[in-house]
Design a protein around this ligand. Structure first.
Ligand code: DP6
Length: 358
């Protein structure tokens, strides 16, 4: 079993390096959702996601030895103080595992390859990229580190920035959270799942941008509302069952079963929001319109177009590559009218051949 001790840096703190590293990391879309957490970013249930290929964050970390820790955040070269509180919290959480950060002055410069105001959460790709940068610094201090440890600790650190970020450290299909059906799974780090049928490795994800505004309720607040939620126990149990069923569907290439589980997860996530205290709703009128159109079209042409949602109004349309032509016809004829300014982003599942290293 993996324990926190594994990630405590225990080498000399008398070594100092100055330098700059850049990492690129993708966003991910959960199939079984993480919603509810305890303690220090421990998920209430295990989750699994597709790591995407095109929606990425590119982060450069400059580090200069200093008598005291400090950092500044820039977005595409422009100072962005509003990002700093979340990153400060991240540094406070990781100092126990990376004590060397107390001896550095950092400059963090970050950019997303997806539109800034797209309503797509950048915390997963953002904290994953930053954690990889910190690990590059750590490798300078401990060159004997293995690649496996590098990635595993990056996932561990990314989780402390944002839970879903720990899954973005790996490409392809990634599981996070202790589960009886995933060998080697852990609440502390994500693990790649490489046993899915090939149909899932070329799944497409077109993100229909229904609402590009700021979320009214942050994920962190949403997770908090799962405390004392009347349906929490049943929900966490259902997520475990869904994860076990989805594993079989992924292995067997059962796309119909995939659709059933993934859509149930998306709707349950939003059902949890609508039934928490206080209740809230992140779906918009056009979110529902899109779902109805997709379901009608899927039935009419016997397709496998599948919708999922994250904590917002945008719809992720997932489909096997061979249904791209039909999906594009539906998007351009119908769905585009429900997107803000007609905007959507085309992405797909990444594979282990993707090189996210900068
Ligand atoms: C609905 O990872 O953003 O996207 O750990 O508080 O940063 P924090 O939450 P976050 O929550 C993601 C919620 C979700 C589902 C998922 O990605 O599994």
């Amino acid at each position: 079993m993996i324990t926190e001790e594994k990630f405590i840096f225990d080498k000399s703190l008398d070594v100092f390096v100055e330098g700059e590293v850049t990492h690129k990391s993708p966003s991910n879309i959960a199939l079984v959702k993480y919603w509810g957490k305890t303690g220090e970013q421990i998920p209430a249930n295990p989750s699994i996601s597709f790591t995407l290929r095109n929606c990425t964050t590119i982060t450069t970390l400059k580090f200069v030895p200093s008598s005291r820790h400090s950092f500044k955040v820039f977005v595409e070269g422009k100072r962005e103080a509003s990002f700093e509180p979340k990153i400060r919290k991240f540094f406070i959480r990781i100092v126990k595992y990376c004590p060397y950060i107390a001896q550095y002055e950092f400059t963090i410069d970050t950019m997303n390859t997806f539109p800034h105001s797209s309503g797509i959460a950048s915390s997963a790709s953002g904290f994953s990229a930053l954690a990889l940068c910190i690990m590059s610094l750590e490798r300078d201090l401990n060159p004997a580190m293995t690649d496996e440890y590098f990635r595993q600790k990056a996932s561990f650190l990314a989780r402390l920035g944002s839970g879903s970020a720990c899954r973005s450290v790996y490409s392809g299909i990634v599981e996070w959270g202790r589960s009886d059906v995933f060998e080697g799974s852990s609440d502390l780090v994500a693990i790649p799942f490489n046993k899915a049928h090939k149909v899932f490795y070329d799944f497409q994800d077109t993100i229909l941008l229904v609402d590009k505004g700021e979320k009214e309720v942050s994920s962190t607040v949403g997770h908090g509302l799962m405390y004392n939620h009347p349906f929490a126990t049943a929900r966490f149990e259902q997520a475990r069952e869904h994860l076990a069923e989805l594993k079989v569907a992924l292995e067997e290439g059962d796309v119909k079963e995939f659709t059933r589980i993934v859509e149930s997860e998306a709707l349950t996530l939003h059902a949890m929001m609508m039934t928490s205290n206080p209740y809230f709703m992140l779906m918009k009128h056009n979110t529902l319109k899109i779902i109805e159109e997709v379901w009608a079209y899927r039935k009419k042409y016997d397709l496998n177009l599948t919708i999922t949602l994250d904590a917002g109004a945008n719809v992720h349309l997932l489909y096997p590559k061979e249904e791209t032509e039909q999906a594009m016809r539906l998007i351009n004829d119908k769905l585009i009218h429900y997107c803000e300014k007609g905007n959507y982003i085309m992405d797909e599942v990444s594979t282990e051949n993707d090189d996210f290293e900068e």
